[in-house]
Design a protein around this ligand. Structure first.
Ligand SMILES: [Zn+2]
Length: 271
């Protein structure tokens, strides 16, 4: 290993003050690095550390692969990636149930109102919220401990994002199938969903894991209030709006690649 967690970051970690994405980079590294665990043991408060080690030991001693994880491994996905995907809190049942409930309710509202606008407005927010919850401070630390392979922050970010995004988009597509009378128009959420999620992630290193997706979500709601043309279509669902969403998604992905080091704990502490 060529990098290690800086001592002041280990102090912050021990005090519980390290925030994502640095927090889960530290978790990941600590699981793989005895040297940093030894340093951490020297700088931390014994009571806090004991609780942390108990969790860590439990995970290391008893790697119980779940059914989904075993399936992913059989499909040829590497062990640690499968562990990571199934440990992503957002993919747990409570989140999926909430998304399915919202989509069913929204599709019902579309049938009642005779207009797909509500569905189109909500669908892009679900993947954004999913990705935000996968990295935000509400995540369950014991699930983070399940990460057993040393991964760099950005790679971790991408694996989780792709998992959450694919799930969110898949569910949205199922809901779209329930609205056949609107044809391709019912797919107008797709480009905005990609644009919102990519923008939220690209802004996370600067604004933090809560403010970035919140601002992007608010901007989306504000845009929906802007109407265009004789039928007063919300501007994101016009041809120009769809084009702008595609451009924004591409720009945000480019920005994300440019700032990818900011997600990486180790490039910061090595500097
Ligand atoms: Zn280390």
């Amino acid at each position: 290993m060529t990098w290690h967690v800086a001592v002041e970051d280990l102090r912050a970690y021990a005090r519980g003050e390290l925030s994502p994405p640095l927090l889960w980079s530290a978790d990941t590294h600590l699981l793989a690095c005895a040297q940093c665990r030894a340093v951490l043991a020297g700088v931390g408060d014994p009571a806090t550390l004991d609780a942390g080690w108990e969790r860590l030991d439990a995970e290391l001693d008893a790697p119980r692969p779940g059914r989904l994880e075993s399936l992913l491994v059989r499909l040829g996905i590497a062990d640690h990636t499968a562990r990571l995907l199934t440990a992503t809190p957002v993919l747990r049942r409570s989140w999926l149930a909430a998304v399915v409930f919202l989509l069913v309710a929204t599709v019902g509202a579309v049938y009642t109102a005779g207009s797909p606008t509500l569905f189109l407005a909500l669908a892009p927010l679900l993947p954004l919220a999913g990705v935000a919850l996968a990295y935000g401070p509400v995540m369950d630390p014991t699930y983070e401990m399940a990460v057993v392979a040393p991964l760099h922050g950005f790679r971790l970010l991408m694996i989780r994002t792709v998992a959450v995004l694919a799930t969110g988009i898949g569910l949205n597509l199922l809901a779209t199938l329930a609205l056949p009378s609107y044809g391709l128009r019912a797919l107008a959420w797709l480009l905005p969903a990609l644009a919102l999620t990519a923008t939220g992630l690209a802004l996370t290193p600067r604004l933090g894991p809560v403010l970035a997706p919140s601002l992007v979500g608010l901007a989306w709601v504000a845009l929906l209030a802007v109407r265009a043309g004789g039928d007063r279509t919300p501007v994101p669902f016009t041809a120009a709006g769809q084009g702008a969403a595609a451009v924004l998604a591409a720009l945000a992905v480019g920005l994300l690649l440019l700032v990818r080091d900011r997600f990486d704990f180790f490039s910061r502490s090595a500097a």
